[in-house]
Design a protein around this ligand. Structure first.
Ligand code: 0A1
Ligand code: ZN
Length: 850
């Protein structure tokens, strides 16, 4: 494999040609699919340059220009360059491809016998020669031919125009998409699925057929996805006035998929994990995720498809915005507290780590080797936080006005992040030039607060990152809550727009007897440097108006206790435990808050927040604090648990979700200080739903080895033939702290359901291990690194995207002790020395070692 050259954002040039229309005729066969493409090509501007089309892993059969066989072209591994073409012409090519051999799951491939495509970011070039870039927008006619028996359903974007049968047992369907689109939104699916249908009438009266295609026999697991889709369609009309624009909306669930899902126009392809759910097999979290991914892909129809990206550096234009839209949708239909906490955990645990590591990049990156490496928590989740700050600064009404203006101005275009901010600015008559820096600057700003009476001096500063040495001040909407320290009186909330390195703020009320909760509600993706005292955190925990801030205080308390305990200071631990015990007594009726507050920050989020990590001490301290809090809270836990265990038949309702979450949190904590084997076994045996089943397993995993083993065995017997469910079992094993974890992983990889070809299996075992088994990955003899690296090297040639995604935890090797640093470096070098290394792994590993 040859490594791709880096591309820079500043080198963007508009295309030399555009393709107004493409007529694709695809005759499907696993080993030799024929793709005939007829392109109406127009030269842009006046130049003499040849037409240079992208193409990879294609066998070229013929080239014609205006119906005449053409020989004046050059062919390379990545391009077809056609010389001497007129200004406007019809180009016809025929290529052959081999979907059965496509393990990268990019382009056209087979997923369990069904053909499907994944073209974002640059997969269309593995289907036909084309201008594979998002600023070339074309109309599509697509005719698919395949054997009728094996592939009764032949799907593509848009509307079905015609269909027919051939004498050789094949049939064909012709599709036409009435909307211009970039090729990354092209999709094709052919297979034999079960079909769930419904209907949605838009606000202007268009009747839209909804079609959900799932594996045979899985129809009863599709209803939640379909209901979620209808909710999302209605919500987008009500909140943003955005209506669906085709007569049919299709979703296909496939088992082999590199990501969560894909927003292809009118034909979404989903990882089955984000479609299939019933109470027996899916947890409340799965239900939540399905709703949010279904909404996300639906929302892309406007933010991404109708207005798309000019180039891939602008990815956050569609992703940051669409994640934000799915976040506020989820906050509407679920607990806003639990939803916001989930979002902030992703930022703390993963995005801050990315910002501080070798792959640091702004939400609009400047340089990319492999685009697939930039579907990151920075582009997506920090991108969404940036949009959320606009929502705060402009107010929801101003933001919605900006959105309307954006669509009026840019519908049908391929645009940039600057175009988006300009639309927001022009619609609101506000200067957002300073705000634009968020798009170009990487790193996590640090906020410092110095208080002198009722005056605050607030400082901001962003440390240098791997990709950028110097940083500028940003426009940061920082929310503060002035919490009464003894609970007497009202909280006062204020938002300060920080614009420079330091800023003075006069507090609106006297600061006497009040404690400041800074970055209230996580109003900006920043780190607050100021260390609140235990007493102050106790006040925020008890009395803040914002439940989110109360949760933040609990996390800060846990963190301080864990760090202090590492230094041998036991007083913080005791005080924290007492504060938690007081809290649980005072808030015993507030299960929603209790079930969040009593979850300590994960080891991994602590690692992400530290510059230097003593792994062994951190792991010990984490356990010690958790246990100490459990002991202090035990009597209350016992009482609360007794009231929680009996419940009605499973329903995915807000009341029940809170109860199951509380059961999970409290039982895990209680199991730290009591033998809960009988309780866990009873819960496991009687559970009528996957959420409670997993609660029993997770609580046992944290300390009750023999119960864990026996329940896990029963789980495997029950679910061995259902890989999607078994992934939970794989992940539980892979995240268990045990000395023989590597032997256990090896066994898992010999399981009949494990295959290197399915990304969900790899993520469940190796991904979970690398991201969430800090003890196992960092075993002091380095065997965790060796094991993991051996498997990465095996995965890379099969599916480089997946290999490059799970290598991430090794990249931050600089924070560990010198012995571990040497060992990790040794294995990263082993990866880099592999002559067959993919561009995906190369980009990440070489940056990490630089
Ligand atoms: N656009 C999709 C995510 C996606 C990105 C890349 C893929 O293959 C490399 C697949 C899906 C989304 O945001 O949902
Ligand atoms: Zn997306």
């Amino acid at each position: 494999m040859s490594i791709k050259a880096a591309k820079r954002r500043e080198d963007y040039l508009p295309p030399d040609f555009t393709v107004d229309h493409i007529d694709l005729k695809i005759v499907l066969a696993a080993d030799a699919t024929s793709v005939s493409a007829v392109l109406q090509v127009t030269r842009i501007g006046s130049h003499e340059r040849p037409l240079c089309l992208d193409g990879e892993q294609l066998t070229l059969k013929s080239v014609e220009v205006d119906g005449i066989a053409w020989t004046d072209y050059q062919l390379s591994e990545t391009a077809l360059t056609i010389n001497g073409v007129p200004d406007s012409f019809v180009l016809s090519t025929v290529v052959e491809i081999a979907p059965a051999h496509n393990t990268s799951l990019e382009g056209l491939y087979l997923s369990d016998g069904a053909f499907c495509t994944q073209c974002e970011a640059e997969g269309f070039r593995k289907i036909t020669y084309f201008l594979d870039r998002p600023d070339v927008l074309s109309m599509y006619d697509v005719t698919i031919t395949a054997p009728q028996d094996e592939y009764p359903q032949l799907l593509s974007n848009g509307n079905k125009l015609a269909s027919g049968h051939n004498d050789d047992g094949t049939h064909w369907v012709k599709w036409q998409d009435p909307h211009r689109k970039p090729c990354y939104l092209f999709a094709l699916v052919a297979g034999d699925f079960d079909l769930l249908t419904d209907e949605f009438t838009t606000q202007s009266g268009r009747v839209v057929a909804l079609e959900l295609y799932v594996d045979k026999g899985k129809l009863n697991r599709g209803q939640h996805a379909l209901d979620s889709l209808k909710r999302a369609m209605r919500w987008d009309e009500e909140v943003f006035g955005l209506e669906y624009d085709l007569d049919v909306y299709m979703i296909v669930a496939v088992d082999f998929f590199n990501m969560g899902a894909m927003e292809n126009k009118g034909l979404n392809v989903f990882n089955s994990k984000f479609v299939l759910a019933d109470s027996e097999t899916a947890t409340d979290d799965d239900y939540f995720n399905i709703e949010s991914v279904i909404a996300h892909e639906y929302f892309h129809n406007w933010t991404g498809n109708r207005v798309t990206c000019r180039d891939w550096f602008q990815l956050s234009l569609k992703e940051g915005l669409t994640v934000f839209r799915d976040q506020i949708f989820s906050e509407t239909f679920n607990s806003p507290l639990a939803t916001r906490i989930k979002q902030v955990k992703v930022i703390r645990e993963h995005q801050f780590a990315e910002d501080a590591g070798p792959m640091s990049h702004p939400i609009r990156p400047d340089e990319v080797i492999e685009m697939n490496n930039f579907y990151t928590v920075t582009v997506y989740d920090k991108g969404a936080e940036v949009i959320r700050m606009l929502w705060t600064l402009l107010t929801p009404e101003g933001f919605k006005r900006g959105m309307r203006f954006y669509f009026d101005r840019h519908d049908g275009q391929a645009v940039t992040c600057d175009d988006f901010v300009n639309a927001m600015q022009d619609a609101n008559d506000i200067d957002l030039s300073l705000f634009k820096r968020w798009y170009g600057q990487s790193g996590t700003p640090r906020i410092s607060i110095a208080q002198h009476g009722d005056k605050l001096t607030i400082g901001q500063h962003t440390p240098a990152t791997a990709d950028q040495a110097s940083k500028q001040a940003l426009l940061i909407p920082l929310q503060l809550e002035m919490v009464p320290s003894n609970g007497q009186g009202e909280s006062v909330q204020l938002t300060v727009a920080l614009k420079s390195e330091t800023q003075e703020v006069l507090l609106p009320v006297s600061s006497g007897n009040r404690v400041l909760s800074v970055n209230s509600g996580f109003s900006a993706p920043v780190i607050v440097e100021q260390q609140a005292s235990l007493a102050e955190l106790g006040s925020i925990l008890s009395f803040a108006k914002s439940d989110f801030d109360r949760w933040e205080a609990s996390q800060a308390l846990f963190k301080q206790a864990m760090l202090a305990n590492m230094e041998g200071d036991a007083s913080v631990i005791n005080e924290t435990a007492q504060l938690m015990a007081q809290f649980i007594t005072a808030e015993q009726r507030n299960l929603a808050l209790l079930s969040e507050v009593l979850i300590p920050p994960s080891v991994e989020s602590l690692v992400a927040g530290l510059e230097q990590v003593n792994v062994d001490a951190l792991l010990n301290s984490h356990k010690a604090v958790y246990k100490r809090v459990a002991i202090e809270c035990a009597p209350m836990l016992e009482k609360l648990l007794a009231a929680l265990v009996l419940r009605d038949e499973y329903a995915y309702t807000p009341e029940q979700i809170v109860q199951r979450k509380a059961l999970n949190t409290l039982l895990k904590l209680y199991s730290q200080c009591q033998d809960t084997s009988d309780m866990l076994t009873t819960l496991f045996t009687n559970a009528d739903n996957m959420t409670d089943t997993l609660t029993a397993l997770q609580a046992a995993q944290l300390g009750n080895q023999s119960t864990f083993e026996s329940l896990m065995q029963q789980f495997e017997e029950r679910w061995q033939d259902d890989p999607l469910v078994l992934d939970k079992w794989f992940a539980l094993h892979a995240t268990t702290e045990r000395p023989d974890i590597l032997a256990r992983l090896q066994l898992l990889m010999e399981h009949k359901q494990y295959t290197l070809k399915n990304p969900n299996r790899i993520r469940a075992i190796l991904g979970s291990f690398a991201f969430y088994n800090t003890a196992g990955l960092h075993l002091s003899d380095g065997s965790g690194y060796r094991f993991f690296t051996d498997h990465l090297l095996a995965i890379d040639p099969v599916n480089p995207q997946v290999a490059a995604r799970i290598v991430t935890p090794l990249l931050s090797w600089r924070k560990f002790d010198s012995d571990r640093q040497d060992k990790i470096k040794f294995h990263l070098t082993r990866i880099l020395d592999n002559p067959q290394i993919s561009s995906d792994l190369f980009e990440k590993v070489s940056k990490s070692l630089a």
